[in-house]
Design a protein around this ligand. Sequence first.
Ligand code: ATP
Length: 512
Amino acid sequence: MALSVEKWVGFGSAMAGFGLLWSRMPEHVHDEARHIISSLVPMLMSCFNPYEQISISEYGEERFRRNKMFDAVSTYLRSTCLDVASNLKAELGDKSKDDPLISLDEDQEVVDNFDGARMWWRLCPKSAKKKGATIISLLPGDSDDEHPRCYRLVFHKRHRKLVLDSYLPRIVRQWCEQTATDRQRLLFTNHSQQGKSHWINVPYNPPAKFDMLAMDHRKKVEIMEDLMAFREAKAYHSKVGKAWKRGYLLYGPPGTGKSTMIGAMANFLGYDVYDLDLTSIKNNAELRKLFLDTTDKSIIVIEDIDAIEVELTTKRKKGKEAATQENNSDNHNLVTIELSDKNNDHGKVTLSGLLSFVEGLWSACGSERIFVFTTNHVDRLDPALIRRGRMDRHIEMSYCRFEAFKMLAKSYLDITEHSLFGEIGQLLDEINTTLADVADSLMPRGKRNGEMDRLLDEMNGAPAADLMLRVKRRREADDCLAGLVETLKTKKAAKMKSAAPPMDSMGEAKEE
Ligand SMILES: Nc1ncnc2c1ncn2[C@@H]1O[C@H](COP(=O)(O)OP(=O)(O)OP(=O)(O)O)[C@@H](O)[C@H]1O
C-alpha cells in the first residue's frame, strides 16, 4: 500500500509536468485547442491522483526559527505510531538522566488511522535545493542549498476537511497539553534594580501535593474541584464577558499551611508562581508594569495583605480627620480618598492600585490567572478588599486537629494508628497548635536508631533487614509521638497557668 501511494503521488507530478509542457506549446497550435487542453490537464490530474499531501518542514519561513508544528507531529507520531515502525532511532533527551528518546527514522513510513481515514506519514530527509558550491553552515537549518527535513502527510482528498479541521488541530492540542505538563515550572519574584522593578525566576518544584496536605477532606476536594472548574472555564468566561481569573484569600495563623497550599495549587494546575513583594515597589505605575509582565497560566501571590491594608487604613483615617475638620460628609470623603488613591502613581503603592488588577480595567489584560492573597489577620482587612468578586473563595487554614494530625502521621511516619493517638487527639482539641509545629515533632530524629542503622547497613538487603527496618520505623514513631505528647502537655500547662487567677502570698487566689 505504501508503494502505491508513492506511485500515485509520482504519477500526479508527471501529469503536472505534462500539463506545463502543453501550456508552452508553439504559437502555431490553434489557440482554442491549447485552451481546451490546458484546462483539461488539471481536471485529468485530479481524477487520476486521488491523494493530497501536506509538508511540515522542520524550520519555518524565517531561517533559524523551528517550526513548532514539526515538533508537535514528532511527539504525536512517537506516542501513536512507533509500534508499527521498523526503523527507529534513539537519542538522549535534554535531561540526560531521562530514558532514550525513541522516534521514527528518516524515510520510515507509518500509517495512522483517524476517524476511519488512513493517514500516511513519512519523515523526509534533508534534500538538495540546487547544485553548486557547498555552503558551510554552523547553525541548524541555516543552509541555502538544502530543503530542511520535513514530515509528509498523504491522505485521500475526500478527507481534506477532516485533516484540516480535526486531525491536525488534535495533534497541536495534544502537543500543547503535553508540553504544559512537561514544562519546568518557575517561581518569579520581583526585584528592583536601578530604580526599575522586574521579575527574576528560579526553577520551581514545590514538594506539596494536595494528597499530602493535612486539612479537612471535604474542604480539600472542594478546592480541587474549584481549581479544575476554573481551568476548564475559558468558554464560560468569554460567554459571560468576565476576565478569566480567580481570587483566593487564604487566612489563618502562621504555620497553618498557607504557603504549602499555594505550592499544592501550583502543582495541581501546572502553573508558574509570581510572588509579589509589595515592599520593593515604588508606585502604582511600577506595579502595573509588573502585572503586565506576568504570563498566562500563573498564580500571583500577595502575602500578608494586611500590611498594605494598614497603610490604606492610615490614609483613610487621616482623610476622615481632615473631613471632620472641614465639616464634610463621610461619603464624599471616602470617594475623594478612593480617587486620590487611584490616581496616585507618584507616591506609594495603594490598595486601589492593586485592586484594579484583581477586578478593575487592568484585570482584563492577560487570562487564566489566579490571585492568592494571604493574611494572618483576616479581621484587620477592609471588607471592600475581601468582598465576593474580588476574592472568589475565602479559605480558612486552621489549627491542627485530630483529622489533620492523622494525615500528617500517615505521610511523616507511615502509620494510621498508635496507642498514643487517643491522648494526642484530646490534647489537640484543647490546645491550638499549628500544623508546622506538629509536622516538626513528627520528623524522626533517629535518637535510638544509631545501632540499628549500622546493623541495617551491614545486612545489606538480607531478608531479616525488612523486619529490622519495620522495627526501626516503629521506634521512630514511638519517639516522635511521645515527644509530641510532651510538647502538647507543656503547652497545656502554660495555657492553664496564664488563665489561672493571680495568687496572693499565701497561695490563695486573689479576688479581683
Ligand atoms: N496543611 C498542612 N499539611 C502538611 N504540612 C503542613 C501543613 N501546614 C503546614 N505544614 C508544615 O508546616 C510548614 C510551614 O507551613 P507554611 O509555611 O505553609 O505555613 P504558613 O501558613 O504559610 O505560614 P506563614 O504565615 O508564617 O507564612 C510546612 O513546611 C509544612 O511542613
